[in-house]
Design a protein around this ligand. Sequence first.
Ligand code: DAK
Length: 256
Amino acid sequence: MGIDYVKEGKIATIILNRPEALNAITPEMLRQLSEAFVDFRDDEQLMVGIITGAGEKAFSIGADIETMLPEMKKARVQKLPEPPTIMCGLTTWKPLIAAINGACLGGGLELALACDLRIASENATFGMPEVTLGLIPGWGGTQRLPRAIPLAKAEEMLLTGRPINAQEAYRVGLVNRVVPLPQLMSAARQLAELLCKPAPLAVRAAKQAILQGIEVTLEDGIALERQLNDSLLTTEDFEEGCRAAIEKRRPAFKGK
Ligand code: DAK
């Protein structure tokens, strides 16, 4: 029970491993998730992360109602900090893929929304049921969902708490693709390998330009793009990329 964190070459996989409770996130799991994300961000060998859930029923149905939600209440009263995660407080410019293998609700959907690309299995469902508990999402759901899908659909999900299925999620652009459950992890790995091919610093700069750029004016976004490009122009990988293109061979990027 908890979080499994596996590194294979340039790809790290984080597995929410509590299938008997549909991978509901406990306080201990949140701490372990935080540690895994810090390690993923800081490990120079790692380029791409995949996040998934154990079992065939759920990616994660969100915060564990019996342990996590009371802990949040206590933390609020005692003003205790929450472990930083990609949902809140921890930023990584390395790309992350959510491989969504079933129900993806509440905090589970917030975790998936904090990833860059989402692949869903055909049995996946997506929802923000917090209002049915008397809450609203607290790991960025009210902010990231309307940035990811059309506003009316985001409002419908956030205000009613009703879930949508995988096809609907694909139709509104919440997920990049839908695959049969047995193919989910191989599809996620294929995508991760694809993301390992281009120059790593350029991939990270593109993610940074996109995510910081949508928060600012177009003018400031273009300035950010220019600044990030300036930092890439002097990298060894840019030289290698250009040389390889001229020599008609595959580039050997070093992330420098
Ligand atoms: N917590 C703990 N256990 C849960 C759970 C949950 N949220 N949801 C389900 N389980 C457990 C069930 O109790 C059951 O355990 P046993 O009885 O077998 O021991 C097991 O998982 C299987 O569940 P079901 O028997 O209900 O399975 P079904 O297939 O019939 O139904 C379901 C699946 C996903 C439709 C149903 O379980 C469901 O609707 N669950 C509730 C999901 C939910 O409400 N999730 C949102 C949680 S709220 C914040 C930060 C974050 C958040 C809030 C604030 N701040 C920083 C302030 C986030 C909040 C949330 O995520």
